[in-house]
Design a protein around this ligand. Structure first.
Ligand code: IMP
Length: 183
């Protein structure tokens, strides 16, 4: 789906499909360099990171494994609840493994803080974070993110895996959702 199909639902497009693809390829090149001799496991956070994971992993030139976690976050609203629950855990033992957590978006960073401390307790060799999008509050909270696709304004955005009430994940670009859709 592209933005012309849902134009009334967006106030504006922040990033086109091409801009997102170009940025993911650039981040993959950095990750190639940083993990050249490592045993890399990409941990995607479901459901939002599906598109990021698919694009990033295929842009890598090094070997990597992939696993997934699902945690509860927003439910059907647009505000973080602060309540984090593991809905699906990893199938991989990450002891001694170099883990790169792949996120769609970091807003308050609450979800991620919980996830990282949980994963750290399993003694990985290293643990870093990659996110496609980051909002200002996360940047202020100094959540230590190694790879950021785009820093974005504090607006509710959809597309490229990001949803509102389960919809818009399959939008190829990323845009700001018009208030009339959720108010
Ligand atoms: P945090 O715990 O506040 O950092 O929230 C992170 C999670 O909230 C993300 O993984 C998304 O699922 C969701 N989220 C935050 N901001 C947005 C947005 O603008 N659009 C869609 N989902 C969002």
């Amino acid at each position: 789906m592209d933005d012309t199909q849902i134009s009334g639902d967006l106030t504006h497009v922040l990033f086109t499909k091409e801009e997102v693809a170009e940025r993911m390829t650039a981040l993959a090149a950095e990750i190639d360099r940083d993990y050249a001799d490592k045993d890399l496991l990409l941990v995607g956070v479901l459901n939002g990171a599906v598109m990021v994971m698919a694009d990033l992993s295929r842009a890598l030139k090094i070997h990597c494994r992939m696993d997934w976690m699902a945690v509860s976050s927003y439910g059907s609203g647009t505000q973080s609840s602060g309540v984090v629950r593991i809905l699906k855990d990893l199938s991989t033992d990450i002891t001694g493994v170099d883990v790169l957590v792949v996120e769609d978006i970091i807003d308050t960073g609450l979800t991620l803080s919980y996830l990282i401390s949980n994963l750290r307790s399993r003694s990985p060799a290293s643990i870093k974070i990659m996110t496609a999008f980051r909002k200002p509050e996360a940047a202020r909270n100094a959540v230590d993110v190694a790879y950021v696709g785009f820093d974005i304004p504090n607006e509710f955005v959809v597309g490229y895996g990001l949803d509102y009430d389960g919809h818009y994940r399959n939008l190829t670009s990323v845009g700001t959702l018009a208030k009339h859709v959720y108010s």
